[in-house]
Every structure is written in C-alpha cells, then in structure tokens.
Design a protein around this ligand. Structure first.
Ligand SMILES: NC(=O)C1=CN([C@@H]2O[C@H](COP(=O)(O)OP(=O)(O)OC[C@H]3O[C@@H](n4cnc5c(N)ncnc54)[C@H](O)[C@@H]3O)[C@@H](O)[C@H]2O)[C@@H](O)CC1
Ligand SMILES: Nc1ncnc2c1ncn2[C@@H]1O[C@H](COP(=O)(O)OP(=O)(O)O)[C@@H](O)[C@H]1O
Length: 284
C-alpha cells in the first residue's frame, strides 16, 4: 500500500506575517491536580512556541500555587469544575482546547472533557482524556470532526480494543494505516496513532504517515512527556486556524524535527525550546 508521507514540502506556511495576538488564537490547556501539572505545562509551552497568540492553563484550585510558580508567558485560570469551564468558554476568543495531559481520571476530569466536547471547539484529546473516553460511551458519542485524538499504543487498545486486537502489538505499516482509518471513521474525528510510524487519519479516509526512520529517526523521543508536547503543538496550530488534519500532520513533522535538531540527551522540556530553530529553518 502506498501512503502519502508527511514531508517538509507538504507543510502549510507556518510563518506569522501580521496581526495582533488574538489574530493567532487562544488555547486553553486543562490541567489536573497538584503533583501532576507538569504534562499540561509542557503542552501549554509547546502551544505558545508554535505560535498561538495566547495560552491559558486551566488549573484545579488546589494546584494553583504549584502552577503559578512555574509559568510566565503562559497564563493561568482557576477551574474548580465544569461550571467554571462553561463560564470561561463564554469568551469566544478561546478557540482551541487541549485536554488530557496530566488531567487525571476523576469526576472533575470527566466533566471537563464532556464540556470540552459539548463546546464544539477545535480540540486535541490526549492521555487521560482518551482513557476517560474509552471508559464512557457517552463521552465517545460526543466526539466530532474538529477533534484530534492522539493515542499511543496503549491508549489505542483501550479506545478500540477490537481494532487493536486485529492489528497486533507491532503492526506492519499497512496494518497500522488500516487500523487508524477504521478508528477515525468510527469516532468521526481525526486520529493520530503515535509511534515510530505515526499514522494520521481523517473520518473521510484521508490518511498520511510519518516514519521516524532513516534520516528522520528520532529514538530520543522515547522520553516521558514527549507526547504531551505533541498535543500542545497540535493545540497551538488549531488555535492558529489550521484544520485538524493539517495541524496533526504539521505537528508530527515539527515534533520529530525538534528531536532530531536536539539529538541525544533530549528530554520533553527541550522540545518546545528547540521549536524556534526548527521554524526558522523551515522558513529559510
Ligand atoms: N512530566 C509529566 O508530568 C508526565 C506526565 N504524564 C502523564 O501521565 C498520565 C499517564 O499517562 P501514561 O501514558 O504514562 O500512562 P497510561 O497508563 O495511560 O498508559 C501507559 C500504559 O500503556 C501501555 N502501552 C502500550 N503501548 C504503549 C505505547 N506505545 N506507549 C506508551 N505506553 C504504552 C504501557 O505499557 C502502560 O501500561 C497522563 O496524564 C500523562 O499526560 C506522562 O505523559 C509522562 C510525563
Ligand atoms: N523510538 C521512537 N521514535 C520516534 N518517535 C517516538 C519513539 N518513541 C516515542 N516516540 C514519539 O514520542 C511521543 C511519545 O508520546 P507518549 O507515548 O504519549 O508519551 P508521554 O505520555 O510520556 O508523553 C509520540 O509522539 C511518539 O510517536
């Protein structure tokens, strides 16, 4: 099976040419409680670095102190529960949402994910949001075509156990493509199935692959929090107005490029901070 491969040449123009910060979108990244805010902070920093005009972390009041000591350009808003989120989303300038990294699996988290989906906003759903959706059919049926789901292998198997079982643990690329397409068609959302071969499929069957092999090999991405950063890059591109499948494809390419650019010793914190060099190189 031949499949479009995501290359530098296929990326949309990611330059910022004009406008004020609100012209470049505002991302809200939802965070969980104290001791687990790192993942959401990684995502928020990545969203800002990829060019979103504003990024706000929605934090549980119990984690406010922890987060406020760690952020500067990223803003902070207390979100006790879904009621607070509904009130915050009255601001229509908040045009992209990121839910899952470090969100937790409690009632607050499930209520926040439901509110994100009911808002109809463009969103990226990762990590704990995927686990919550896998557990609750009422969340799953709220997915829509402005959602991007970013499962790793474990999350994919939770969400789509039958498709994953047919796929096996280490599927050939053609099998992974078929599985991702089936998953996207089933949920009516973009699915980005992570791994050395990352497959991105839309509900209409449109699909592309990025293989981190050969000169695109990036083994240092196998580090805690790398996926949280990918979610943040997608969130930032959604806020900037890129359509979900384009945001997912460009983010995948940028993410691997950051890892290649940094090289050995990479940890997740390094990824957002190497984005400027990758964007600069892309523009040259
Ligand atoms: N610095 C931080 O604060 C970090 C926080 N994280 C957060 O920790 C929470 C749990 O996420 P996890 O993904 O660690 O845990 P999960 O329990 O959700 O998923 C990991 C499980 O899935 C299995 N699995 C199967 N295929 C896999 C694959 N290809 N990649 C990874 N695991 C695979 C693993 O064996 C493991 O049992 C999330 O909220 C996440 O955002 C992690 O992202 C790590 C970094
Ligand atoms: N060996 C590897 N080569 C290329 N990319 C990898 C490799 N290992 C992991 N990745 C990428 O790193 C990211 C890891 O995400 P994830 O598993 O969600 O980690 P975390 O939950 O710790 O953030 C994914 O984008 C995945 O495609």
């Amino acid at each position: 099976m031949t499949m479009p491969t995501i290359t530098r040449e296929d990326l949309p123009d990611l330059g910022k040419r004009s406008g004020h910060k609100f012209d470049h979108g505002h991302v809200l990244v939802l965070s969980g409680g104290p001791g687990r805010t790192g993942a959401a902070r990684l995502a928020a920093r990545a969203a800002l670095r990829v060019g979103a005009g504003l990024v706000t972390l929605g934090v549980s009041p119990s984690a406010q102190l922890e987060v406020s000591m760690q952020v500067t350009a990223v803003m902070l808003h207390r979100l006790k529960d879904a009621g607070d989120l509904i009130a915050l989303l009255e601001d229509k300038r908040l045009n992209a949402l990121c839910a899952g990294p470090g969100l937790g699996l409690d009632h607050r988290a499930a209520d926040l994910v439901r509110t994100v989906l009911d808002s109809g906003r463009a969103c990226v759903l990762d990590a704990d949001a995927l686990t919550l959706i896998a557990r609750d059919p009422a969340l799953r049926e709220r997915l829509h075509d402005s959602c991007v789901l970013t499962p790793h292998g474990g999350e994919f198997a939770r969400l789509f156990p039958d498709i994953a079982a047919a796929c096996g643990d280490d599927p050939a690329i053609g099998t992974k493509v078929t599985a991702t397409r089936d998953a996207a068609a089933r949920v009516g959302a973009v699915v980005l199935f992570k791994g050395v071969d990352t497959v991105i499929a839309s509900p209409d069957g449109d699909c592309a692959v990025h293989s981190a092999r050969g000169d695109r090999s990036a083994p240092w991405l196998a580090t805690a929090g790398a996926g949280d950063v990918l979610a943040g890059i997608i969130g930032g591109l959604l806020a900037r107005g890129f359509k979900p499948s384009d945001a997912a494809r460009a983010a995948t390419w940028l993410h691997v490029s950051c890892a290649i650019n940094f090289g050995p010793g990479l940890i997740a914190e390094d990824l957002p901070d190497v984005l400027p060099a990758v964007l600069r190189d892309l523009a040259s």
